[in-house]
Design a protein around this ligand. Structure first.
Ligand code: IVH
Length: 669
């Protein structure tokens, strides 16, 4: 096959696998196989720039090039919906519709109201040509490049579908709870401000200036409204089912009903069941199903008369603000915390809420003694969402002011240009910063010194036994077991796990240092590129910037860290204690497969597929995803796909089973 044809074939295949995985939730191939097809396509596309296609599956990974957003006008204005929290108004809506239609029968389509950002997607000839945010309803931002990274949005519809030549489909871009929590965990480790909810996180992501950021953040999208001149069906429901057939992600939580009772049953069911959904929902939407009836009902100035949103009550409590305290984190960032009278909210007792930063305190116009509203949505930490100003009286307490000095060490705080956070600049002596760095060092994803917890670190620190992470390696059993030797057993465990941490691989050591903006993924990237602490120490800014995935902020942070005497000293002492300072070299075990190209197919019993890949490399071979004339043999397990079998036969490529493979590499029983 010519490379050009292979490119087209790979694009079709990858679009299909994307759909299977992200829309149908039923992948046909493993992640590894997917990745290797993707790599093959990337390589071929690099060789054939004349075949560039903005909708190629390779666009899903985004680009690091910064872009601006252009405003574009919507073909059909993006209206919002009338909304209500009140069942009586739902009934009133139903009756208005019945009246408006002069008593003729009608159906209502009940759907979930997804809590994200509305998006309009425009397709021409089956290709996504543009994606636009709602904006002011008349014009929105062209966010096509970022939207292309959303795996569940089809970029190119499979040929032969009954889609109109040109149509628009609208829906909601969402950040699933799992992505949201992972993102906030990562931001917490880097002490970056947290997103308050998935909607804000999705908004920030959609407006991100580099699409590679959007690609990493894993957004999802549900589509709920089809527009155009040549729609396939005469009802909303039928049109969405058609869209689902074309490859769009359409929620299955949709029901056609005829009575208010059925509407309430739908509402009551989802008010509870929504807790198990992977994305945030904040209500349900009711739409008259028949398009001709919709047209007759028409629009008010702001919203359609044929639809309404019913919003679920957010769980909210009212309580008294007693005090605002300030916490200092590992990087010196100072977080204000509201301490409140305990109150029940969504199944737990809430006493504290993060106030995030000075700007938020200002926006709320908080005063001590205020009655405040607290909300908790999903798993998120409680938030103060407002003040009951009507409850204020003459005894209005003092306005909450941000701390001027560090509550622990007393150093005057600083707020850097363009940042919302305040910092304690005393990073060489401020105790919570020193302790925080040690706690980070021993944490599970870092050195995993599990027998030591934050309390023990605190204790050793206060007693002057440790000042930084390197001091851990100088602790002796007799220092830890107490004068009466009562803690002998736990002391031994601690010493053992500190000693064992010396075999933690270099990338995690690098992460454990707690360099700002160097999370686990960045640490792994740097470790792979530079190979050793020594090389990273000597790396110039330009070299760091040449690394894939390393931007200016990270690169500068690494350079600054390595330039500081104190950090160099810490690294030297860790190295002297035997902590791993370079990547393990992978030893080659034999030349049994030297120069050979091997395709793996099927499932195996003796080793996993990943292990076989590894074994092929260890014995000098190369694993590739698909069979070609250059393939030396197929390592075939159970259930090799028929197309692979056929291809191997046609090209005369030998199939070798697990046992034979292990014999060849000398690993037979
Ligand atoms: S239909 C003209 N259906 O809620 C009707 N909207 O103000 C257009 N939303 O702007 C909207 N889930 O962002 C529709 N199943 C759903 C929805 C939904 C969420 C959003 C959408 C809209 C807002 C309502």
């Amino acid at each position: 096959m010519k490379e050009e044809e292979r490119i087209l074939e790979l694009r079709r295949e990858l679009h299909r696998h994307n759909y299977n995985y992200y829309v149908k939730n039923a992948p046909e191939i493993s992640d590894q196989e997917f990745d290797s097809l993707m790599r093959e396509l990337q390589e071929l596309e690099a060789r054939h720039p004349e075949m560039a296609d903005p909708n190629s599956p390779t666009a899903r990974v985004g680009s690091d090039i910064s872009h601006e957003f252009v405003q574009v006008e919507h073909a059909y204005p993006m209206l919002s919906l009338g909304n209500t929290y009140n069942p009586a108004e739902v009934r009133a809506f139903y009756e208005r519709v019945a009246d408006g239609l002069g008593g003729e029968p009608f159906e209502i389509c009940c759907e979930l109201k997804f809590d994200g950002l509305s998006i309009a997607l425009i397709y021409e000839d089956g290709q996504l040509v543009r994606a636009v945010t709602r904006g002011d309803g008349v014009r929105g931002d062209d966010v096509t490049e970022n939207v292309r990274t959303i795996r569940s949005i089809p970029l190119s519809l499979p040929a032969g579908g009954d889609w109109p030549r040109r149509f628009e489909i609208r829906g909601e871009v969402l950040m699933p709870w799992s992505s949201f929590e992972a993102l906030n965990r990562e931001r917490e480790l880097r002490e970056e401000p947290l997103f308050a909810n998935p909607r804000n996180a999705a908004a920030g992501t959609l407006k991100s200036k580099t699409s590679s950021v959007a690609a990493r953040r894993r957004l999802d999208a549900y589509l709920y409204y089809l527009l155009g001149d040549e729609l396939p069906g005469s009802s909303h429901y039928d049109n969405l089912q058609a869209a689902a057939r074309w490859g769009f992600k359409v929620s299955k939580a949709m029901r056609l009903v005829r009575t208010p009772e059925e509407i309430f049953a739908f509402i009551n069911h989802w008010d509870v069941a929504r807790r198990d959904l992977p994305v945030a929902t904040d209500g349900i939407v009711l739409k008259v199903n028949n398009l001709e009836q919709q047209q007759r009902l028409g629009y008010t100035a702001k919203s359609p008369r044929w639809a309404i949103a019913y919003k679920f009550q957010a769980e909210r409590a009212r309580t008294k603000l007693l005090e605002v305290t300030f916490q200092v984190g590992r990087t010196g960032a100072v977080t204000p915390v509201a301490n409140m009278e305990p109150v029940h909210l969504a199944g737990t007792v809430v006493r504290r809420a993060s106030l995030h930063n000075e700007d938020i305190i200002r926006q709320l116009d908080l005063h001590l003694g205020d009655m405040v509203y607290v909300e908790k949505a999903g798993e998120i930490i409680p938030q103060i969402v407002g003040v009951d100003t009507a409850a204020r009286d003459a005894s209005l307490g003092e306005a909450v002011a941000f701390a001027r000095v560090c509550p622990v060490c007393g150093a005057p705080l600083v707020r850097y240009e363009g940042e919302a956070a305040h910092y304690c600049p005393n990073d060489t002596a401020c105790p919570p910063q020193l302790k925080g760095r040690i706690e980070h060092f021993i944490s599970r994803d870092a050195m995993n010194i599990e027998s030591l917890g934050p309390e023990t670190v605190d204790d050793y620190f206060e007693r002057g036994m440790i000042h930084d992470a390197a001091d851990l390696y100088r602790l002796r059993e007799e220092d830890l077991c107490g004068a009466d030797r009562s803690r002998e057993k736990s002391a031994r465990k601690i010493i053992d796990s500190i000693r064992n941490s010396r075999s933690v691989p270099f990338d995690r050591v690098l992460y454990a240092l707690g360099i700002r903006f160097v999370g686990r993924v960045v640490a792994a990237t740097l470790a792979k590129k530079f190979g050793s602490m020594q090389a990273l120490r000597n790396a110039r800014l330009e070299e760091l910037l040449e690394t894939d995935g390393i931007g200016a902020v990270i690169a500068q942070s690494v350079v600054n860290f390595m330039a500081e005497e104190r950090n160099r000293d810490l690294i030297d002492r860790l190295a002297a204690a035997g902590v791993c300072m370079e990547m393990e070299q992978e030893k080659q075990l034999s030349d049994a497969l030297a120069g050979m190209t091997v395709v793996i197919s099927g499932t195996f019993s003796r080793h996993s597929r990943e292990e076989y890949k590894h074994l092929i490399a260890l014995h000098g071979g190369k694993n590739v995803a698909s069979i070609s004339g250059k393939t030396d043999f197929v390592l075939a397990g159970e259930g090799v796909g028929p197309s692979k079998l056929e291809k191997a036969n046609r090209l005369g490529i030998p199939m070798i089973d697990e046992a034979e493979f292990l014999r060849r590499i000398g690993e037979a029983e």
